[in-house]
Design a binder for this molecule. Structure first.
Ligand SMILES: C[S@@+](CC[C@H](N)C(=O)[O-])C[C@H]1O[C@@H](n2cnc3c(N)ncnc32)[C@H](O)[C@@H]1O
Length: 259
C-alpha cells in the first residue's frame, strides 16, 4: 500500500477517509449486527468467541481491554468467566473496558437484552468511545487485550498493535480473533463462493444494505494471512507469538505476550 493510502475492501482510498467509511458501515449495520453474525456464521461466531474468552482466562481484579468491542459480545463472555473465577477464589471484580470508535455499536450493545447492560447488572463492563490507534488508557495499565473482528477495519494496523503493546503490563496477554485464510484449497474455494455470493445477498435481504457486507467480505480477503499477521505482532514487539486456527482457518486466534 503506497504512502497515504489505505484499503477499504478492494478499493484503495485516501488513508484519511478510511475511518469515516468504516464508521459508516457500522453505523448502518449496528441495529442488526448481532442477528447478522448469527445468520452469516450459522451461530458459529459464538463458539469462536467462547474459545477466545476461555483462552484469555480472565481473573478477578484484572483490567482487560476489549478493543473494537462493538456490542460487547466478547466482553460479556469475559465478564461471565471472571465472575465465575471470582465466585471460586474471591477478589475484586475484573474491569473489562469495551473501546469502540462507533457510538452506534456501543449503544446497540448497551440496549441489548432489554437494556440489561446496566452498571448494576454488569459491574465488570465499562464502555468507551475511542480509537484502537489512540487508546484512552495509561501505559502498562492492562493485564490483557483482545480485539475480535476489529483489526482489519483499522486504518493503520501497526499503530493499533503498538497501542496494544503500550497499554499492556509486562507479562500482559494479547489476543486477536480475525477472519483468516482457510488451510485447505477446497475449503478456501467453498468459503470464497459463500462469502462473495451469499453474504452480500443476506445483507441485502435483512438490512437492505448489500454494500456494507460486500465491504466486510472484501476486507477479509485483503487482511494478511496467519504467518504474515504473526510477523506484524513480532514487529510490534510482542513475544512468543503464534496462532490457533478455528474452523479450518476460516478464523484464526493470534496470540502474543508483552514481555
Ligand atoms: C465486526 S465488529 C466486531 C465487534 C465485536 N468485537 C465482535 O466481535 O462482535 C468491528 C468493530 O470494530 C470497530 N472499529 C473499527 N475500527 C475501529 C477503530 N479504529 N477503533 C475502534 N474501533 C474500531 C467498529 O466500530 C465495529 O464495532
Amino acid at each position: 500500500m503506497s504512502e497515504g493510502r489505505a484499503s477499504f475492501g478492494f478499493r484503495d482510498v485516501d488513508a484519511r477517509e478510511k475511518a469515516g467509511l468504516v464508521r459508516g458501515v457500522f453505523d448502518r449495520v449496528a441495529g442488526r449486527y448481532d442477528l447478522m453474525n448469527d445468520l452469516m456464521s450459522a451461530g458459529v461466531h459464538r463458539v469462536w468467541k467462547d474459545m477466545t474468552a476461555a483462552r484469555l482466562n480472565p481473573q478477578p481484579g484484572e483490567v482487560i481491554v476489549d478493543c473494537a468491542g462493538g456490542t460487547g459480545d466478547i466482553a460479556r463472555r469475559l465478564a461471565r468467566l471472571a465472575r465465575g473465577a471470582r465466585a471460586r477464589r474471591g477478589g475484586a471484580h475484573a474491569r473489562i473496558l469495551v473501546v469502540d470508535f462507533n457510538a452506534e455499536m456501543i449503544a446497540a450493545g448497551r440496549a441489548r437484552d432489554g437494556g440489561s447492560y446496566s452498571k448494576a447488572a454488569w459491574p465488570e463492563i465499562f464502555w468507551s468511545v475511542g480509537d484502537a490507534q489512540r487508546l484512552p488508557l495509561r501505559d502498562r495499565s492492562a493485564d490483557a487485550y483482545v480485539i475480535g473482528f476489529g483489526i482489519r477495519n483499522v486504518t493503520e494496523i501497526p499503530r493499533a498493535l503498538a497501542e496494544a503493546r503500550r497499554v499492556l503490563k509486562p507479562g500482559g496477554r494479547f489476543l486477536c480473533l480475525e477472519f483468516s485464510r482457510p488451510a485447505s484449497g477446497v475449503l478456501r474455494a467453498a468459503y470464497d463462493a459463500y462469502s462473495f455470493k451469499v453474504i452480500p445477498r443476506v445483507g441485502e435481504l435483512v438490512l437492505r444494505d448489500r454494500d456494507s457486507y460486500q465491504y466486510l467480505v472484501e476486507s477479509i480477503r485483503r487482511f494478511p494471512d496467519q504467518p504474515a499477521f504473526a510477523r506484524m505482532l513480532d514487529e510490534a514487539g510482542f513475544g512468543r507469538t503464534g496462532w490457533t486456527n478455528f474452523s479450518g482457518g476460516v478464523v484464526a486466534l493470534h496470540h502474543g505476550w508483552a514481555l
